[in-house]
Design a protein around this ligand. Structure first.
Ligand code: AHR
Length: 523
């Protein structure tokens, strides 16, 4: 049993400070010590032209029997609106580095096709392009986040795309947009130059990438009424050298007029078994407690990565102008048997929901510096919110974590210290209880809690400092087994229920957290 003392959150995943002695946990919430605002974009999503994320998952063509609005699935939009998706990244991923935006504008039947060399070698017909993505974002009510092609595209191509989308001038590119049916420019804030340029985006050194980034960045203009938030391709996991070079060659170059980049994009996936290059990463559904424990420990690894990259950034940027944008993360398992391995279609279990909750706690802990996170990927790929099968749709356990946690969006984080027993399996060990707290604009306080122990419930007593609360209500997400899933035939196995097990007495909150559960309380 370990005691953790963390600023905005107790993760249950950092280094222990002292031992405690029982199987119960204690906590102290400091409601009178407001921290950073939790950027709603921590709840962002990632979509790529990969497998059935776009085609079949989001886009079904306007003449489809599946109910749609201008080709975009109504059921998917409704589900995403429910969890208040704030921002969606597109068109990739590795696909972005071979995407040429002019192939995806104008009359769909006139658009050229291309081979999607990264993902299954399938022919991409470009029917889902700029206008369709922007329409999708407007239907969902989220911000678009465009990843421009730096690896195989040109500076002029990226510059022209931004003008096409955001200029209201009487210029050839703005007029081309008008000719294609969109009079007013779209609002576009978030733009990245390149994806994984250390890998599929060109196998570059950070020294070379940062020079190329500076060229792309210089010619990407802020047109009247549209200020871009510029994101550079960041490190692969623990490549701290990459972050160091970018801070030196991009951030420092532009001082003091402009930061040169507003964010650095970290990518890190949790692989249940071994390394992401493995062909056997572990099954999404058929796993034992060893893989359960290793997977959940991935949140602790994310905390370490974020902390170390931020420490490097701090040395060059004490005013914290540059943010960390974790624009690809999630669990990556083997594809479902019988599916195209190039489509990365995987099921999603209670275990994955617990990993999502623990990782969102990490991002909230670093809310002063992590400005966005985009789980990969939104529909039918990797750790999805939604799986579709023709006209059918199911909501995954991870979707329900986003539903429970949406109360944290734009709320002010509050420190909560947790003393928790460890959960241990084999060589893997970390405190079982993780917590994060925030106060929303209406003054309501929400505490999200995770009990990672798959066998034992844990009693929690939480002292409420600076808060006179008389009532508490809650919701819980759990399931019969750590690998419980929702299927098209049984879509309700893992879904939230009311949680009535918490009480407030004086300045103390008491509850028992069931094994392998996520609970969100409102005070
Ligand atoms: O999300 C799948 C792939 O993972 C993305 O295309 C790439 O950026 C990453 O390696």
């Amino acid at each position: 049993m370990k005691t953790l003392l963390l600023s905005a959150i107790s993760l249950g995943l950092a280094a222990p400070i002292a031992s405690a002695s029982s199987g119960s946990a204690t906590a102290v919430l400091h409601a009178d010590q407001p921290g950073a605002v939790i950027n709603r974009n921590l709840y962002g999503q990632f979509t790529e032209h990969l497998g059935h994320c776009i085609y079949g998952g989001i886009w079904v063509e306007p003449n489809s029997p599946i109910p749609n609005t201008r080709g975009i699935r109504n059921d998917v939009v409704a589900a995403l609106r429910e969890i208040r998706v704030p921002v969606v990244r597109w068109p990739g991923g590795c696909f972005a580095e071979e995407y040429h935006w002019r192939d995806g504008i104008g009359a769909p039947d006139q658009r050229p096709s291309m081979i999607n060399t990264n993902w299954g070698g399938v022919v991409e017909n470009n029917h889902f392009g700029t206008a369709e993505f922007m329409d999708f974002c407007e239907q969902v009510g989220c911000e678009p986040y465009i990843c421009a092609n730096l690896g195989s595209g040109t500076v002029q191509e990226a510059s022209n795309w931004i003008e096409y989308m955001t200029s209201d001038a009487n210029s050839p590119l703005a007029n081309l947009r008008r000719a294609n049916g969109r009079d007013k420019p779209w609002h576009l804030k978030y733009v990245a130059f390149g994806n994984e340029n250390w890998g599929c985006g060109g196998t570059m050194r950070p020294e070379y990438y940062s020079d190329v980034y500076n060229r792309f960045n210089s010619f990407a203009k802020d047109y009247p009424g549209n200020k871009l938030y510029r994101v550079a391709c960041g490190p692969n996991g623990d490549d701290y050298h990459w972050t160091e070079v970018l801070m030196r060659n991009i951030h420092a170059m532009y001082q003091p007029e402009t930061p040169g980049m507003d964010g650095i994009a970290l990518h890190n996936y949790t692989i249940p078994v071994g390394h992401w290059t493995n062909t056997d990463k572990g099954s999404a559904t058929n796993f034992g407690e060893d893989q359960y424990a290793l997977t959940l420990a991935g949140a602790g690894h994310m905390d370490e990565l974020v902390s170390k990259h931020l420490a490097i950034m701090d040395r060059y940027d004490s005013k914290k102008k540059v943010a960390l944008v974790v624009d690809e993360w999630g669990v990556w398992t083997d594809s479902e048997p019988g599916t195209n391995p190039g489509f990365l279609y995987q099921q999603n279990s209670l275990r994955d929901a617990l990993l999502a909750a623990l990782t969102l706690h990490v991002f909230q802990k670093h809310a002063d510096r992590v400005s966005m996170a985009n789980i990969a990927q939104m529909v039918n790929v990797l750790q999805s919110m939604i799986l579709t099968d023709g006209p059918r749709l199911l909501l995954t356990p991870t979707y329900y974590v986003y539903d429970l946690f949406k109360v944290h969006q734009d709320a002010t984080s509050l420190p909560i210290e947790v003393t928790s027993p460890d959960y241990a399996y084999g060589q893997t060990s970390f405190p079982a209880v993780s917590a994060s707290a925030s106060r929303d604009a209406a003054g309501k306080i929400h505490i999200s809690l995770v009990n990672a122990n798959p066998h034992d419930s844990i009693a929690l007593s939480c002292k409420l400092d600076g808060l006179a609360s008389r009532s508490v209500s809650g919701r819980i997400l759990t399931a019969p087994a750590m690998n419980s899933i929702n299927t098209f035939d049984a879509p309700h196995t893992v879904e939230p229920a009311a949680f009535n097990g918490a009480t407030v007495s004086g300045d103390t909150l008491n509850l028992t957290l069931p094994a392998k559960s996520v609970v969100v309380l409102e005070l």
